[in-house]
Each structure stands twice: as structure tokens, then as C-alpha cells.
Design a protein around this ligand. Structure first.
Ligand SMILES: [Zn+2]
Length: 456
């Protein structure tokens, strides 16, 4: 009964590092961009300044979108970029093989070394970095931006953080204070859609359509250069109406390329929510004593359980740590629908890592006086499969005993087509991918996409 829609589970489990931050229990890192961390590791082998200098001076095929503005002889071929990284050429030869040394090798070689901040987290011509907290003090950085509260972005932040002021949205600011005990004096919150001037540079946070508090960060330099850092985002039509994006050319786009591959064709979030509600109602017709469980990261996927809550007019049960976080958003729609006692509602939220048969069977037993079966949803873009495409009805759950688990393609990152549309709308001069950049073959594919998009 194993089916392709859930084949992602083995992948996810490999990366499944439950974290204990402060008093949070059993929350899971959103390690969808693990390869980004691998690139961080590579760059420790290189002097950060010379690498960044080479990169920005020369440009590369994969970062240059606007071919007309760049003469061909100024470009470096991809292999030259690797040479500038001082990566072993032997591994480059095989395009399909990762050039990244395995983690054990890296750890054995440099067990104690502080990793250097990779170039794509620094904004040239500014004293700013984005999502760069795990590198200690970054040379020349006097303002550290945080795009959103997911562990692979805030990694390195703690109550011991002392390297400089942190700029983020108010929701993210509350979360790093509440969950990570970051010194409140270092947290500077920026409201969405308001222009601030920081170190002489105009900065505006824009809704990123990712998780609560997530922002696209727009930088307008005195030189006239304009950067957009997407953090993690799901591109939407609404973004094409943002005045800042409509009215000014973006010179450099730092792009969340989590699903920058044509095979990722998952449907709109709204369609997936309708599907989830339909499946839930059908199940309850057949088996009224069903406990509905939604898997979620520390934050994100709220719309999934809110949709079920509305459709069934039931409350949402989550443990005390998650309730605290959800209440911190200040959204009455969520705060007013939470309940503390799991016996009071058939809709429960659990960490994504708990969506395993053994765990859910035990969970069901603890509610055996009320429920006889479990219907669980695992919402993530990784559930996509070629055979499923956007035909939601063809998604097959996996079942064992009284537990049924659906993997649903509910993604808080852009699909391939959404990415393309967003990039073509923006028409940036240069794109710097921030995810899946640790593999040569993937980088080359992304480069081809960017070039293709620039022609249309
Ligand atoms: Zn994220």
C-alpha cells in the first residue's frame, strides 16, 4: 500500500532533527533547504572576501538573468566559479554527482572551526546580512536581518547572541524573544509595508506568504541599487500588485529556489485545503469516531487546521508550547479556536515528526474512549509526485490498522510555475538562488531556467 505521494517521508526522516529550544517540545526543524547548509560548509574552505569579490566582480552564467546587459566575455563559465571556490575539479567532472564533501569528512577535517558566512547571505554595498546567525560575528555586518522564524534561518540565535541588532517583523521578533530568549534590546521590529531607513539604506518588509511573520525584504541603496531577498516565500498574484515591486527595477534577487524544478507542479493552497476538507468529511461520514490529526512545524501550516476547524465547526487542540506560539501571532481566528483539553475536540495538531503509524496508534489509544480511528494529514510540498501532478483526487493515503495518513501537497514555497511568473514579473538583472545550491547538477538546471525565463 506504499504509494508515491508519501515517498517523501523517508527523505524527511533523514533530516528529521527534533529540536529543543527553550520550553518547546518536539518541534521539528523545517530543513527543506538542507543543501544550503552544505554550501555553507564548502565556503568555509575559502576566504569569504575573495570568494564574494570574485563572484560579484565576474558574475556567473547561473546568476545573470539579463543577458543583454552583460557582455559574454565578462562571464565566467560554471567550472571557473568552482575554481574560484577552490573545489576539487575531480568531483566537478561528474555533473550528476554532488561536489559536496560528505558531512563526516567535513566534521573530521574541521571539527571546531566557526563557519564563514556564505556570500549569498551578505548584501554587497551594505553592512547587512540576511539569515546569517550561525557564523558568529560577520565581518563588516552591523545589522542582521531575519526573514522568518524557521530553524534553518534563525539557527545560531540564542540568549547569548551579542553580535549586533536583529531586524525582523513584529511576529518574528516576539517569537525569538519568547522561544529563544534573545536579548530584547537587540530586537528591532519592522512593520510590513513601512519604509525604514537603516544605516542610510531604505528597507521595507513585505508579506512573504510563507509562515506567520515571514517577510520578503526590500532594500533600496543610496546608489540606486535595489535588492529583494525573498527569504522563504510562496509567490502569488498579489505580490505583483506590491507598489515597491511594481515601481522599481530589482537589480539583485535573492531567490528561494526550493522548488525551482519543472517537476514541482503542485496546486494552489486553496485547492489543497478544499481537498483536505472533502477527505475529512467523507471519512467522518463513514467513521464518525475519527480523530483528525494535522502535522505541522513549529510555525506554518496553520491554514490547514483552520480550514478543518471552520468546516467542522470544531476547536483545535495543540500542546501548551504550540498554543503559546499560536497565541503570540495575535490572530483572533486562531486564538479564539484553541482548546487545552484533547478530549474536547476531534481536531489535534501534532509535530510533523509524530506522523508515524506507531506514534499515532499509541496516540489513538490514549483517546480510545472517544475515537476508534485516526485520519492524519501531512502537508508539505515534498508530497508531490510525478504521477499525482495536480490531480488531488488521485492521492492515495497509506493505512495501517486504524490509522490513515494522507500526504498532501500543501506548500508554503513557490511551485515552479509560480517562481517563473514571479521572476518574469520582476525582471531582475541578477538572480542569486539561496536553496539547493550545494549540488552542481541542480545549480546548472536552475541556471538554465533563469536564462530561459529571461527570454520570454
Ligand atoms: Zn521557512
Amino acid at each position: 500500500m506504499e504509494t508515491t505521494p508519501l515517498s517523501f517521508i523517508s527523505h524527511s526522516n533523514d533530516l528529521n532533527n527534533p529540536i529543543r529550544i527553550a520550553d518547546l517540545e518536539d518541534f521539528e526543524n523545517e530543513y527543506e533547504d538542507d543543501s544550503m547548509k552544505k554550501l555553507d560548509d564548502i565556503i568555509t574552505q575559502e576566504e569569504e572576501d575573495s570568494f564574494a569579490g570574485d563572484f560579484y566582480r565576474c558574475g556567473t552564467d547561473w546568476s545573470c538573468l539579463n543577458s543583454s546587459s552583460t557582455s559574454a566575455n565578462k562571464r565566467l563559465k560554471q567550472c571557473n566559479l568552482f575554481e574560484s571556490w577552490k573545489l576539487p575539479l575531480k568531483t566537478n567532472v561528474e555533473a550528476s554527482t554532488s561536489i559536496v564533501p560528505d558531512k563526516k569528512t567535513i566534521q573530521a577535517q574541521k571539527p571546531q572551526q566557526q563557519r564563514a558566512c556564505p556570500f549569498y547571505k551578505k548584501l554587497p554595498g551594505t553592512p547587512f546580512t540576511v539569515d546569517a546567525f550561525r557564523y558568529g560575528q560577520v565581518k563588516g555586518c552591523s545589522a542582521y536581518f531575519l526573514s522568518h522564524f524557521h530553524a534553518d534561518h534563525y539557527g545560531g540565535l540564542s540568549k547569548a547572541w551579542s553580535h549586533g541588532p536583529i531586524y525582523c517583523t513584529p511576529i518574528t521578533g516576539r517569537l525569538i524573544k519568547m522561544c529563544l530568549y534573545v536579548n530584547p534590546l537587540l530586537i528591532h521590529t519592522l512593520d510590513l509595508d513601512v519604509e525604514y531607513v537603516i544605516e542610510g539604506i531604505k528597507v521595507t518588509m513585505l508579506e512573504a506568504n510563507h509562515c506567520p511573520g515571514a517577510a520578503l525584504i526590500h532594500f533600496n541603496l543610496p546608489s540606486g541599487q535595489c535588492y529583494l531577498h525573498t527569504g522563504d516565500f510562496r509567490a502569488s498574484k498579489l505580490m505583483q500588485t506590491y507598489p515597491l515591486l511594481l515601481n522599481q527595477r530589482v537589480n539583485v534577487l535573492y531567490l528561494d529556489t526550493t522548488y525551482c524544478n519543472p517537476k514541482y507542479r503542485f496546486p494552489l493552497k486553496e485547492k489543497v485545503l478544499d481537498f483536505i476538507v472533502k477527505v475529512t468529511k467523507n471519512m467522518l461520514k463513514k467513521q464518525p469516531k475519527t480523530l483528525i490529526i494535522v502535522g505541522a512545524y513549529s510555525i506554518g501550516k496553520e491554514s490547514v487546521y483552520l480550514a478543518i476547524s471552520k468546516a467542522l465547526t470544531v476547536k483545535i487542540h495543540a500542546n501548551s508550547s504550540r498554543r503559546r506560539i499560536l497565541q503570540s501571532f495575535g490572530w483572533p481566528e486562531i486564538s479564539g479556536n484553541l482548546c487545552t483539553n484533547g478530549n474536547d475536540t476531534p481536531l489535534h495538531v501534532l509535530p510533523m515528526s509524530s506522523l508515524k503509524f506507531e506514534i499515532l496508534e499509541k496516540y489513538l489509544k490514549s483517546y480510545s474512549d472517544r475515537y476508534t480511528s485516526v485520519l492524519a494529514f501531512r502537508p508539505t510540498g515534498w508530497t508531490f509526485s510525478e504521477s499525482t501532478g495536480s490531480e488531488l483526487d488521485s492521492i492515495k493515503p497509506i493505512s495501517k490498522g486504524f490509522v490513515t495518513i494522507y500526504g498532501v501537497p500543501y506548500s508554503e514555497h513557490s511551485s515552479f510555475t509560480e517562481l517563473r511568473e514571479f521572476v518574469q514579473f520582476l525582471g531582475p538583472e541578477k538572480i542569486i538562488p539561496t536553496v539547493n545550491v550545494g549540488n552542481a547538477a541542480t545549480r546548472n538546471k536552475m541556471q538554465s531556467c533563469f536564462q530561459e525565463w529571461s527570454k520570454k
